[in-house]
Design a protein around this ligand. Sequence first.
Ligand code: 2AL
Length: 172
Amino acid sequence: KTISAVNSMSYEDFISTFGNVIEQCSLCAAAVWGDRPFSDVNSLHKSFCQFADQLSIGGKEGILRLLPDLAGRLAMSGGLSKESTKEQQSAGLNTLTEQEKQNMHHLNQQYKQKFGFPFVICARENKKEAILTGLENRLKNSGETEAVTGVEEVKKICRLRLLDIVDSSSKL
Ligand SMILES: NC(=O)NC1=NC(=O)NC1=O
């Protein structure tokens, strides 16, 4: 879509188009619609980032809780959104060995136990080795650090999902 097509969308169309650029957070899209007109995809992304940034830590944790685990039960059962399915496949998470699956599951459980929200990383920017290393390293961080770090990853996921929808060359 061109950015001018985006700018002339009703909020219903905008929400149905962008409601999952932040996983299961159609509220973000519903709020961002009010910032139109957007000059290009970067300013649209900036609005999503600003919405996420102004959330309390609790709100940031809420966004993270809506993301599915990497190589989790939902992924194994084919229950992911189409976006998450594509992203997790691109990181090679659908070709894990039994040992890697066990390891990932154990670390994900430990992470959730400690922080109360899942480990989140932009899967399209990382292969499975980097994901496992990130999970091991970030487990040592504080809850506040991880809430912020996780949202930074959500912003990266959001940008790539926006680029799948909006022509990056189109400008107002
Ligand atoms: N827990 C996660 O990080 N999940 C995900 N990251 C992505 O890039 N796609 C996901 O589903």
